[in-house]
Design a protein around this ligand. Structure first.
Ligand SMILES: *Cc1c(COP(=O)(O)O)cnc(C)c1O
Length: 461
């Protein structure tokens, strides 16, 4: 399997190279040359098998070589099913993706990237300094996955005093010599800009061997494909298709559903659930992708301006037209918008539906879910549940799975305001509030940042 850039002007790479590369040098995202399929009998044979066995078979076509270290990756999950299904209605289900160490679905991919990075770097005799900017969940998941790994250092930038207590503590209470937490005096956009500038600074990039784990990393998509396969086989098959409603930000999670459908899993509609940051809902409905400002919501992990992974769908839905992707992304950079060709939008509409959920509807859905089922759900999951309800009103039939992307205790304030109940942390992390925090506050300028990272991590306070 070789991988090429969605913009068609970068060298083709193997899976292991793509794993360690991130963004393609032409600014595009890596995608497989051909989306793999599994034989129907192989797919059927996976029904009811343990998560790790399914993962082994699902990941293999994307990376024909090497050990995947799956036991090592998923040992840290608090539930033996890794991603258990819970029934909430006659044909309605929640897929709980929050049983990893930082209580959000990003752990599912990140816990796998940890051992994969370690083994592939060791084989190549390399080490790497991972730098990432976070507005909340990614940083914690990345630190938890990379802490204590010999050939990796990780530095996470978060906007000082602008993330929630729980989110910050998941990052800053990890005691490890290879972890550096920096609280940047600025916004999340400043953090992201600084990371981009570091990557563009060749001398620094090479000196510290800079690496990335952001959501455009192809391996993260592959890891997320697995739970679509396990759950669709549990509920569907033999002509019965399972639809998915996915709380969406950067379009990584739902794109994994699209990849699972290409593999041959019994998947019907993929429903994009957005909060008030609704660029994808508008695009699906009108064909026009247009950047407006970001608004702050109760579901901060979906507060995005552009949805990076959507570029992969444009590439796939246009039959791999790299020239089209390049010109649309050029227009986006120039003028902040582009319009999808009709044929491309029609192709997307075969697989995707979309709904936008207002802040009031998110709160109402958390409250309604609690009063009807006694379950507390986090605000991201509530966006999904509300979109799923709207899809039912519009006539969607058959089994429908909403992805539950975070544990309610990760967003206690929003949950308490909507339901009057304080969600409690699961047993494994009850000491989160008593553990000592380690982070340094730093100005939002490249020079001091690069100096701090070059100084080494062991001395971090
Ligand atoms: C990251 C995240 C999302 C959005 O996922 P994408 O892959 O960016 O679409 C939704 N919910 C939670 C809790 C997240 O952390």
């Amino acid at each position: 399997m070789t991988y090429l850039s969605t913009r068609g002007a970068a060298p083709q790479l193997s899976f292991d190279d793509v794993l360690l590369t991130g963004l393609a040098p032409d600014g595009g995202l890596y995608v497989p040359e051909v989306y793999p399929t599994l034989d129907p009998s192989v797919i059927e044979g996976l029904r009811g098998r343990p998560y790790i066995e399914v993962a082994e078979v699902v990941i293999r076509p994307f990376s024909p070589e090497g050990d995947f270290h799956l036991e090592d990756a998923y040992r840290s999950f608090a539930h033996p099913a890794v991603t258990p299904l819970v029934q909430t209605g006659a044909e309605d289900f929640l897929l709980e993706l929050f049983h990893g160490p930082t209580l959000a679905f990003k752990d599912v991919a990140m816990q796998w990237l940890g051992p994969m990075f370690s083994s592939r770097l060791a084989a190549a005799g390399r080490r790497m300094t991972i730098v990432c900017a976070t507005s909340g969940d990614t940083g914690g998941a990345a630190i938890e996955a990379m802490a204590g790994r010999e050939n990796i250092s990780i530095c996470v930038l978060h906007p000082n005093e602008a993330i929630s207590n729980v989110q910050r503590r998941f990052m800053t209470t990890v005691e490890s010599e290879n972890v550096l937490n920096l609280a940047v005096e600025g916004s999340f956009d400043d953090c992201q800009r600084l990371v981009k500038e570091m990557f563009a600074h060749d001398a620094f990039r090479q000196a510290v061997s800079l690496g990335a784990v952001n959501s455009i990393n192809w391996a993260r998509i592959v890891a997320q494909t697995v739970y679509y396969v396990t759950s669709s086989l549990t509920l569907g098959g033999e002509g019965r298709l399972v639809s998915y409603c996915v709380p969406t930000g950067n379009f990584g999670d739902i794109f994994a559903g699209f990849v699972a459908k290409q593999l041959g899993a019994p998947i019907g509609q993929l429903i994009i659930a957005t909060n008030e940051n609704d660029i994808l809902d508008r695009t699906l409905r009108t064909g026009r992708y247009e950047v407006t400002g970001v608004v702050k919501t109760q579901s901060p992990s979906m507060d995005i301006q552009v949805s990076s992974n959507f570029e992969r769908l444009i590439h796939a839905a246009s039959g791999g037209d790299a020239e089209l992707v390049t010109s649309l992304m050029g227009a986006l950079k120039q003028s902040g918008s582009f319009t999808l060709p009709d044929a491309v939008r029609a192709r997307m509409a075969e697989d995707f539906l979309s709904f936008r959920v207002s802040e009031e509807a998110v709160s109402a859905r958390m409250s309604k879910t609690f009063s009807e089922t006694a379950m507390l759900v986090d605000p991201h999951t509530a966006v999904g549940l509300e979109a799923a309800a709207q899809a039912r009103v519009e006539g969607l039939k058959g089994p429908l799975v909403t992805l539950s992307t975070a544990h309610p205790a990760k967003f206690p304030d929003a949950v308490k305001t909507a339901t009057g109940r304080e969600p409690s942390l699961p047993p494994g992390c009850r000491d989160l509030y008593s553990r000592e925090e380690r982070f340094e506050v730093i100005g939002a300028d490249l020079e001091s940042l690069e100096k701090r990272i070059s100084t080494g991590f062991g001395t971090a306070e």
